[in-house]
Design a protein around this ligand. Structure first.
Ligand code: GDP
Length: 298
């Protein structure tokens, strides 16, 4: 329900506008498909994904000899689903012990997401620990501690400027000795220096490699939905420097750029696992593709 409310602006840019176009035509033609194409591009689905969608839609319309404009929307939704790939695994790892590395640039909602996720996992009966691996800013450590208090989860932290890998190392030791189910590790997100970022993540990953088998690991990239295609660019860069197992898309409440969800998942083939729908501790939801598609198209 909250997702649906949050996506009302995107729905207005997409579903509602498509309805208007469909209502203006008595039969399907190229001009109509072009109108729909324009709507998809302006709703932040991105050029590449939109072209694919429209091409696939056109092929289906020709092959199945569809004439009725009323059939276009259900067919379009089907094509979106296919492109987004239903087979991607959207579940957060449930092995014991799990380590979740959280990456993303500053300001996207990384700290908030870690707080919400800790709370969510705790509610499922998991014992959770947080490692404050963003040592670049003292404020980041403090904010994370505040969220730790809110979720009633301990935070392993060093001081500002400490080696992030050392913090993660201590986090792993503490998680083991306390028999935790999940360790969530924050990282610094300084994209302007890609070489540094890669080095830092590689070092952290080497330490995690020693403590956790592949199947027990998640690397979640946090992206801000309100930045639209910019989120897509960040995702491409992070994909180059680390293996991502999933995306968390924040601030889906109230953005008109929700279409970026489709672009992200279909172009990168990385599952969106969680979505942020507000600033509160409960405002993090598991991503459900069907509800999402219904919410923006209907
Ligand atoms: P960080 O720098 O990536 O750690 O970002 P923060 O977690 O500090 O979040 C930056 C701002 O975004 C804060 O004001 C958060 O309250 C806000 N924020 C985070 N997630 C969401 C969300 O899902 N919805 C909304 N509306 N705001 C969010």
């Amino acid at each position: 329900q909250k997702l649906k409310q949050g996506l009302s602006k995107t729905r207005h840019e997409m579903g509602v506008k498509i309805n208007t176009v469909l209502g203006a035509y008595v039969k399907i033609d190229d001009e109509m498909l072009e109108d729909i194409e324009d709507i998809l591009v302006s709703a932040d689905i991105g050029m590449q994904t939109t072209m694919k969608l429209i091409d696939n839609l056109r092929t289906t319309i020709i092959n199945e000899k569809v004439n009725d404009p009323a059939m276009v929307k259900p067919l379009l939704k089907k094509e979106v689903k296919k492109l987004m790939n239903e087979d991607l695994d959207t579940k957060i790892c449930d092995e014991k012990p799990t380590v979740i590395l959280v990456v993303g640039v500053n300001g996207v909602g990384k700290t908030t997401t870690i707080g919400k996720l800790s709370n969510k996992l705790k509610a499922k009966g998991k014992k959770v620990l947080i490692a404050a691996g963003d040592t670049f800013r003292a404020a980041a450590i403090d904010q994370l501690k505040t969220w730790g208090d809110r979720a009633e989860v301990d935070v392993i932290a060093h001081t500002e400027g400490a080696d992030p890998a050392a913090v993660i190392f201590d986090g792993i030791s503490a998680a083991k000795s306390r028999n935790c189910d999940v360790l969530i590790c924050d990282t610094a997100g300084r994209l302007h220096n890609k070489a540094n970022l890669m080095q830092e993540l590689e070092k952290i990953n080497r330490i995690i490699d020693r403590g956790y088998p592949e199947a027990n690991r998640e690397t979640l990239l946090v992206l801000d939905a309100t930045t639209g295609q910019n989120a897509m660019n960040q995702a491409k860069t992070f994909k180059e420097v680390s293996d991502l197992s999933g995306i968390v898309l924040t601030k889906l409440d109230g953005t008109a750029k929700g279409g970026v969800v489709i672009a992200l998942q279909s172009e990168l083939q990385i599952p969106i696992k969680l979505v942020g729908v507000g600033e509160g501790i409960d405002d993090l939801q598991e991503f459900n593709m069907d509800s999402f598609i219904d919410a923006i198209f209907d």
